[in-house]
Design a protein around this ligand. Sequence first.
Ligand SMILES: NC(=O)c1ccc[n+]([C@@H]2O[C@H](COP(=O)([O-])OP(=O)(O)OC[C@H]3O[C@@H](n4cnc5c(N)ncnc54)[C@H](OP(=O)(O)O)[C@@H]3O)[C@@H](O)[C@H]2O)c1
Length: 238
Amino acid sequence: MAFAQRLAIIAGGVGGIGSATGKLLHSHGAKIALLYAPFEAARVQPTIQSTYGPDSGTQAYECDITSPTSVSAAFAAIAKAQIAFPSILINTAGYVNLTPLESTPPEDSLKHYMINLYGPTLTSQAFARLYLAAAQQAKLQGAAVPGGRIVSLASQAAFVALHAHGAYCASKAGLIGLTKCMASEWGPLGITANTVSPGPVWTELGKKAWSDRGVREAYQAAVRSIVPSSPDFEGRVD
Ligand SMILES: NC(=O)c1ccc[n+]([C@@H]2O[C@H](COP(=O)([O-])OP(=O)(O)OC[C@H]3O[C@@H](n4cnc5c(N)ncnc54)[C@H](OP(=O)(O)O)[C@@H]3O)[C@@H](O)[C@H]2O)c1
């Protein structure tokens, strides 16, 4: 199995893309640690059961990714549990709320930046420290060190101007900038960092933002202005 003896930590692990990603990694042998926000607690066990099945060994840790204290506590608990080598971090926690730019409330701009940019900053820093400590220990023991991998969910919205998406576009463009610096600074230490930029996917977040046909068509037209071959997602709408 490609990821046997590796731990994948999934921030936003109870969400739609987080669950699908975790399921795939688990099917390739990875052990899974889900990070969930305090307000998602009721969804944790049902998601673990439906996504991973009984006896999967999947662990869940309460973690508000916008709180340094909460992130530190969650990563300390993961380190203490010693489930497997902590080699993968998937940043999928996210937030979107469409409002015209001139009337976006300050607190809503901040919420985008906190969840979509500051949160991945904190989780990635905590992961890098955890990975580097584990790698050092493995080297001392003469054991093989798996590569570190950080994958963060950005968005096609990072690359185009979308009406009423100002805070979301900015947060995702910022995440790409952050990831380039993580790759540059941590690559030589053994951690690769990449973003993935989907178009609309019909999760709760996707439905909230892009259920309206006009909004969807404008989104698709904007993306096609830079990627003419961008696939038609119309057939995948509920
Ligand atoms: N779906 C799309 O069309 C699409 C397209 C491009 C990029 N993306 C990006 O892909 C990522 C995953 O999105 P998704 O579609 O899977 O959405 P989702 O199902 O809503 O999952 C996002 C998860 O993040 C959680 N979360 C929110 N605030 C958090 C916090 N402070 N701490 C920890 N967790 C928090 C959410 O909890 P609550 O549900 O309780 O808020 C939710 O479980 C996001 O970054 C999103 O921006 C999605």
